[in-house]
Design a protein around this ligand. Structure first.
Ligand code: DQA
Length: 142
């Protein structure tokens, strides 16, 4: 059975309530339910944290596990965190970065992502469907 970790960064614990005009009304639990139902052949490990260090620790843990790939929405840390960039490249796992909104159609400070540079690919602007598309990409390409 394939193992995929789904990591979400800061403020995504409030998905569904937070700025629904930008991020939609689905919660992280809704996304987890959709992934489990669309990919019964995959064992998912879901993790969300508002803390940069906790996300880095999770990458260290995954690097030593039998995880096959990671779906990662680093949220605002994409735009700021060299430490998370290094955690991704150090883990040596295929990562698909997901942004629910189209970061390139938003403020200029969201256009650059440190984490995308070391990711296998990026899905941005396709709403919460991005997570399912990322799972498909990991299964087919990674
Ligand atoms: C986000 C986009 C980021 O710029 C923002 O800071 C987020 C969410 C997205 O999923 O669209 O928190 O990663």
């Amino acid at each position: 059975m394939k193992k995929i970790a789904v990591l979400n960064g800061p403020n995504l614990n409030r998905l569904g309530k937070r700025e629904p005009d930008i991020y939609g009304s689905k919660t992280l639990d809704d996304i987890a339910d959709e992934l489990r139902s669309d990919f019964p052949e995959v064992s998912f490990d879901f993790f969300q944290s508002n803390h940069e260090g906790a996300l880095i620790d999770k990458f260290s843990e995954l690097a030593e596990s039998d995880c096959d790939g990671v779906i990662f929405n680093p949220a605002a840390y994409s735009h700021t965190s060299v430490a998370l960039r290094d955690a991704i490249s150090g883990a040596g796992l295929p990562v698909v970065e997901v942004h629910i909104s189209n970061i390139h159609a938003r403020e200029r400070f969201r256009h650059h992502t440190h984490t995308a540079v070391v990711s296998r690919g990026v899905i941005t602007g396709l709403g919460t469907d991005g997570y399912r598309l990322a799972a498909r990409a990991l299964l087919e390409l990674a």
